[in-house]
Design a protein around this ligand. Structure first.
Ligand code: C2O
Ligand code: CU
Length: 465
């Protein structure tokens, strides 16, 4: 193989040339935040809803008054929402009209391997198609689907291939949480635009400094003075958010990746790493009409960084509100006793022009089996971030897991006490998680969900036998 030593490679920083759009010059809060379109099934039977989605290029107004070329699900950015119910199957035929391969993964879902979006199980560009079957035999959760084709997933997701999938069940429906127009999904991510407002993609780029919410850069959203439920998705490749309201008010976190928490958690901040979701209820009834409130990001590099703001809420008028957030949201499954343990080490090397991601010292090889798990087994995995500076997170396909410990401290309450499929592992941290591998046998993956890292190789295989 050819070495890279003699090649002139762009350094990651060089992407922010003078010609790129300077995030500080983008006027904030002038575009309303749209809601994603709800996709309608093409046909339905007693058991199943059938959908067809066409992946295609589309141009959208992501920056105010400017147009950006995107890789989309059905021409939408973010993609349309699929609304599913536990106990009812969803079948999605994905047609790939893009010029790159794709493989669609339903993140957080419990599905057979053939429908999981295995990185090598790709859909050919130029009209190839594949039909995915989602049994929905799991409790309600805020899921999302995105590309997972080997090595190109990070660019494909960055260029738009992400959409939400809201799975509900009778427990969730039985609660009197804010509903209808007061139940709002929000997909958050960052972006880097060149002078022509096209997205710049370079692996590990640190110049993604615009914040995009539901496809608009720094939008505003008009709310009534009452409670709202926001389902937040971090669809960024690399960006971590720590969200708070600009007046420091508290709000209730009611759910995480795998659905509702046992009970609401009053908090003033919310951490969300790439791939993670949070369900929150914000009560705007405490604000006079006309109040402008900003959703801020405490993880911005500096307080005056453009990344310090996410979107603006504008309180327009009062509204009746009979919704409630009960003290008990659901009962979480009890933890079975584990039968085996495993340790996982995450490490990236981004010092040179040759960037690599490792799990247990190895880059991803789809033909290798890294972890063989007995069907039905409950395992404890100890996940360590061996980097001193780079954060990582950890996502396992097929299962929802529980976080047992973070740095030796038991996790029994708080935002990580519910069902999780992705967990943050900051530099030097050790996180213990527990999962039970039931439902399907076959080959799946686990990886860092910072998609530039997984594309660099920080991914490994799991075989359930
Ligand atoms: Cu969100 Cu392996 O995926
Ligand atoms: Cu990582």
């Amino acid at each position: 193989a050819m070495g890279t030593a003699g090649l002139v490679m762009p350094s990651p920083g060089s992407a922010s040339e003078a010609s790129d759009i300077d995030p500080n010059t983008v006027t904030k809060f002038i575009c309303p935040m749209p809601l994603p379109r709800v996709l309608q099934p093409e046909s339905s039977t007693y058991t199943t809803d059938y959908y067809t989605i066409r992946m295609k290029e589309a141009r959208k107004e992501v920056l105010p008054g400017r147009w950006t070329t995107l890789r989309t699900f059905d021409g939408d950015f973010p993609g349309p929402v699929i609304k599913a119910q536990t106990g009812r199957r969803v079948v999605v035929r994905q047609i790939n009209d893009l010029s790159v391969v794709t493989s669609i993964h339903l993140h957080g879902a419990h599905v057979p391997q053939s429908s999981d979006g295995w990185p090598m199980d790709t859909i050919a560009p130029g009209g190839g198609s594949k039909t995915y079957t989602y049994p929905n035999e799991q409790p309600h959760a805020n899921l999302w689907f995105h590309d997972h084709a080997h090595h190109v997933e990070s660019e494909n997701v960055y260029r738009g291939l992400a959409a939400t999938y809201l799975l509900t069940d009778d427990i969730e429906k039985g609660l009197n949480l804010p509903k209808g127009e007061f139940d709002v999904p929000i997909s958050l991510r960052d972006a880097h635009f060149d002078h022509a407002a096209e997205l710049v993609y370079t692996m590990g780029d640190r110049a993604r400094e615009c914040v995009v919410a539901n496809g608009k850069t720094w939008p505003y959203y008009e709310v009534r003075a009452r409670k709202y439920r926001f389902r937040l998705f971090n669809t960024s490749n690399m960006r971590f958010f720590s969200l708070k309201l600009s007046d420091g008010s508290s709000f209730a976190q009611i759910g995480s990746d795998g659905g509702l928490l046992a009970g609401p958690l009053q908090t003033t901040s919310l951490a969300l790493s790439p791939g993670e979701r949070a369900d929150i209820v914000v009560d705007f009834s405490q604000y006079p009409r006309g109040t402008h409130l900003v959703l801020e990001n405490g993880l911005a590099p500096t307080p005056d960084s453009p990344l310090a703001q996410v979107l603006q809420f504008r309180v327009t008028q009062s509204a009746p509100d009979s919704s409630t957030v009960p003290d008990t949201l659901r009962s979480l499954p009890t933890l079975p006793a584990p039968v085996s343990e495993r340790s996982i080490v995450l490490q990236s090397d981004e010092t040179g022009t040759d960037r690599h991601g490792y799990i247990d010292g190895k880059v991803f090889d789809p033909d290798r089996v890294d972890s063989e798990v007995q069907y039905g087994a409950t395992e404890v995995w100890t996940v360590t971030n061996a980097n001193e500076n780079a954060p990582h997170n950890f996502h396992i396909h097929l299962v929802q897991f529980r976080v047992l410990e973070r740095n030796g401290k038991p996790v029994t309450s708080g935002p990580e006490s519910g069902l999780k499929d992705t967990v943050t592992v900051f530099p030097g941290e050790v996180v213990k998680i527990q999962a039970t591998f039931t439902g399907y046998r076959g080959k799946y993956v686990y990886h860092c969900h910072m998609l530039d890292h997984s594309a660099m190789g920080m991914m490994a295989t799991l075989q359930v036998v």
